[in-house]
Design a protein. Structure first.
Length: 184
């Protein structure tokens, strides 16, 4: 039986920011690009945030060149699904330790979780925390990496507008800059 498609990790040591999705959407996995559903607001919010100064288009497929700009991508769970609500606790139980290993190895300055669902699952299966976290800066770390939680840019998350997501990415970018100065 052939393995279902998923997305590759865009990780390596030396990255400044790594975006962590919950899991690849079925469409994104099929086309092999992060946030590829046309209604997903990730790329537009990233551009509006000013985190990336490069004038090249920010669109599905940009994750390949963004590594050279210090930005990487991965997911909590690597199994693709039509919706994150299709995931089971067992998916997170299996995915979280692997995510932690990948992030500890890459050791980015800042890890940005796209959505509380993925971050809360991470906390549950690493720290046993069941209480909900809030968006923004987190007190916990993964190795040397600081953690930030932004709203999920999925079109299913209608509670957050493109501008509100961009504001959170802008806050993450400002923290990255702060950390860069303190690190350098």
């Amino acid at each position: 039986m052939a393995e279902a498609p998923t997305l590759p990790d865009y990780l390596r040591p030396g990255l400044e920011v790594v975006f962590v999705g919950i899991n690849p959407g079925a469409h994104s996995a099929r086309v092999g690009r992060y946030f590829a559903t046309p209604q997903n607001r990730f790329w537009a919010a990233l551009r509006a945030s000013g985190m990336v100064r490069d004038p090249r288009p920010l669109e599905p497929g940009a994750e390949r060149w963004l590594m050279d700009a210090g930005i990487g991508f991965t997911d909590v769970v690597k199994r693709a699904s039509a919706s994150a609500s299709d995931l089971k606790a067992a998916d997170f139980r299996q995915g979280v330790p692997l995510l932690r290993q990948r992030l500890e190895a890459a050791a980015p300055l800042l890890v940005v979780f796209n959505g509380l669902t993925g971050f809360n699952a991470y906390r549950r299966f690493t720290e046993g925390e069941r209480a909900g976290a809030a968006l923004g800066r987190q007190a916990t770390r993964i190795g040397r990496s600081h953690l930030y939680v932004a709203p999920n840019p999925s079109p299913a998350n209608a509670a957050f507008s493109l501008e509100r997501i961009a504001v959170r990415y802008r806050e993450a970018a400002a923290w990255r800059d702060e950390l860069r100065r303190a690190d350098g």
